[in-house]
Design a protein around this ligand. Structure first.
Ligand SMILES: CC(C)(COP(=O)(O)OP(=O)(O)OC[C@H]1O[C@@H](n2cnc3c(N)ncnc32)[C@H](O)[C@@H]1OP(=O)(O)O)[C@@H](O)C(=O)NCCC(=O)NCCS
Length: 181
């Protein structure tokens, strides 16, 4: 059987360092973004109602790392060691999907682009990964821009692809982006 591909636990950018999220981050992550309706507007999950929900989510994240199904990192700002968001790689054989989010007060400072770039560059450099890809809601213009800046190319708009709780379950159009070999 083929070996599963695993990314490094630690990665670095100019202003950030990345490490796996852990259950011990629950309070910080709840306060920083998981309760925030604006941050979760284009997500597939509803804002967490309590720290307990964030703990449950982080337990699943730890399982993801252990079993090699998903690799979610905390984004830590080097200047003050503050957790400012998270980013994730999901690797399926020869494909790597990326995702990210940033705490609302820190939007527009290039942090998501920095995190996306390091994940895209790592995945694209891996000899067995042929497709680095992501999707975003058709209304999420900031995220689409981040994907472009990270080197992904727009592939198409899939209409009525995904239900998002933030839109009362009405299926939304989704944009596909990728960088392929
Ligand atoms: C999407 C998100 C991660 C962007 O994070 P960020 O750190 O603000 O992103 P960056 O600063 O690196 O880049 C944002 C880019 O989008 C642009 N942008 C922001 N709002 C925009 C809008 N309404 N229309 C068009 N462009 C917009 C910015 O100008 C910037 O591009 P530029 O550098 O060319 O000027 C952040 O808004 C977020 O966490 N949103 C909620 C979670 C989410 O949607 N995650 C992505 C799921 S696919």
């Amino acid at each position: 059987m083929e070996e599963k591909i695993r990314p490094p636990e630690r990665m670095d950018t100019d202003r950030l360092w990345l490490r796996p999220v852990v259950v011990g981050d629950a309070e910080t992550i709840y306060e920083t973004y998981a309760h925030d309706l604006e941050v979760t507007r284009f997500a597939t999950w509803v804002p967490h109602a309590s720290v307990v929900e964030t703990q449950r989510y982080l337990q699943a994240c730890e399982t993801g790392w252990r079993e090699g199904t998903a690799f979610p990192w905390a984004l830590i700002r080097k200047a003050d060691d503050r957790l400012i968001g998270s980013a994730e790689l999901r690797i399926d054989q020869y494909k790597a999907e990326i995702g990210y989010l940033i705490a609302r007060p820190l939007w527009g400072k290039g942090y998501a682009t920095e995190a996306a770039r390091v994940l895209v560059d790592w995945a694209y450099a891996h000899p067995d990964i042929y497709r680095v890809w992501a999707t975003c809601d058709a209304g999420n213009l900031a995220s689409a821009r981040v994907l472009e800046k990270a080197g992904l190319v727009f592939e198409g708009r899939i209409r009525r692809w995904l239900r998002r709780p933030g839109y009362k379950g009405v299926p939304r159009d989704v944009l596909f982006y990728a960088k392929v070999k």
